[in-house]
Design a binder for this molecule. Structure first.
Ligand SMILES: Cc1cc2nc3c(=O)[nH]c(=O)nc-3n(C[C@H](O)[C@H](O)[C@H](O)COP(=O)(O)O)c2cc1C
Length: 350
């Protein structure tokens, strides 16, 4: 039976735009420059037509799979995004709770407004996104804290040596102060916070630094790879998985859409590959898996859900994308995630 989903992602987006102060809405929506990569990311998934299989037993269709060593009920994961208590008072706690209930992974951001320890009691799988501080000792302590608190891995973001130029973010001034009581944490577990300014992280990082990071003891994913040669280098320096990403078009405008970069990266390495950027439908999730991804991450859609309705809104986004994926699998003749293969796609020529 096909699923009917009542809360569409676009209605949550509209509600988020209504309830958020303009500067906060712009913080979420913003892309770099003319935002051509933001729009390109979304459009590029539709540049692949589907070639469904017929006469396949789809009496049971299962979206469950294994991602980076653990089970998930859906291959739709939640990407790291900073400052979630600017969107809703429950912020990262609501997001983690929704991800746990939906049986998927939440990747907490370095620039979170909830300390990593404060999610430790909640059910669900969690990863920690990392920016490396110029103070390496501080970064080492954050990674050790994450390991002790049950975070499975570090997701090192490669594509933000500096913050991208986002004109939209300046339309209403900067994001402004966070709500009372909210602050960007250091994740040091001592209540310390960071100043609410576009932070500076270590811009001198090179591939050799991955060797130092992997020696800290947690498995390492790198996020922000768009080229086969970078993927090969990352795997050669100990990354056990790769996220094809352009930071949702927030860093370098004109960067290749992830649906275009994904096949090149997936073909170049043996390690698992994930992807994010512009994924707004279960059909796009299906295309990403067919192009070689083990799973996808979404950013803005769940932030819209969070702003619109807290934990329930995040859960609605996950449920909608998963239901749409299940419908696409049913109609394309794919009872399991493993059945989603490259022959199900053809490039659009018209
Ligand atoms: C408001 C916002 C904040 C973000 N903050 C971070 C961050 O702190 N670290 C990071 O690696 N990526 C960050 N990202 C990028 C996301 O992890 C992800 O790559 C991107 O949102 C995916 O594209 P999508 O929004 O089109 O789904 C952020 C994205 C948004 C929209």
């Amino acid at each position: 039976m096909l699923c009917v989903v009542t809360e569409s992602i676009s209605s949550l987006r509209d509600r988020a735009e209504q309830v958020l102060p303009p500067a906060t809405w712009d913080f979420v929506a913003a892309g770099a420059g003319r935002e051509s990569t933001v729009t390109g990311n979304e459009a590029a998934w539709d540049r692949w037509w589907l070639r469904p299989r017929t006469m396949v037993d789809v009496g049971t269709v299962d979206t469950a799979t294994t991602v980076l060593g653990g089970p998930v009920a859906t291959p739709v994961l939640l990407a790291p995004a900073g400052r979630q208590r600017a969107l809703h008072p429950d912020g990262e706690v609501a997001v983690a709770a929704a991800a746990g209930a939906a049986g998927t992974v939440y990747c907490l951001a370095t620039s979170a407004t909830t300390d990593l320890h404060d999610l430790a009691g909640l059910p669900g799988r969690r990863w920690l996104q990392l920016y490396v501080s110029e103070d390496r000792e501080q970064t080492r302590r954050v990674v050790e804290n994450a390991a002790a608190a049950g975070y499975e891995r570090i997701v090192l973001t490669l594509d933000r040596p500096v913050e991208g130029n986002r004109p939209r973010s300046r339309r209403h001034g900067t994001l402004g102060p966070l709500p009372p009581g909210a602050a960007v944490t250091t994740h040091l577990g001592d209540g310390s916070t960071r100043a609410h300014v576009p932070s500076r992280w270590d811009r001198s990082l090179t591939w050799a630094d991955l060797d130092w990071l992997t020696a800290l003891g947690l498995p390492l994913t790198v996020k922000g790879v768009l080229r086969a040669d970078d993927a090969v280098r990352a795997a050669g320096h100990g990354a056990d998985s790769i996220v094809v990403s352009n930071h949702g078009g927030r860093q370098l405008d004109g960067t290749v859409p992830t649906a275009v970069a994904l096949p090149e990266v997936a073909a170049a390495v043996d390690v698992p590959v994930l992807v994010d950027g512009g994924i707004r439908t279960g059909g796009a999730v299906f295309r990403a898996l067919a192009l070689g991804a083990d799973a996808v991450l979404v950013g803005r859609p769940y932030l819209w859900g969070l702003a619109a309705a807290g934990e329930a809104g995040v859960r609605a986004v996950l449920d909608t994308l998963t239901a749409e994926l299940r419908d696409t699998m049913t109609l394309a003749g794919c009872p399991t995630i493993a059945d989603i293969t490259a022959d199900l796609l053809t490039p659009a020529t018209c």
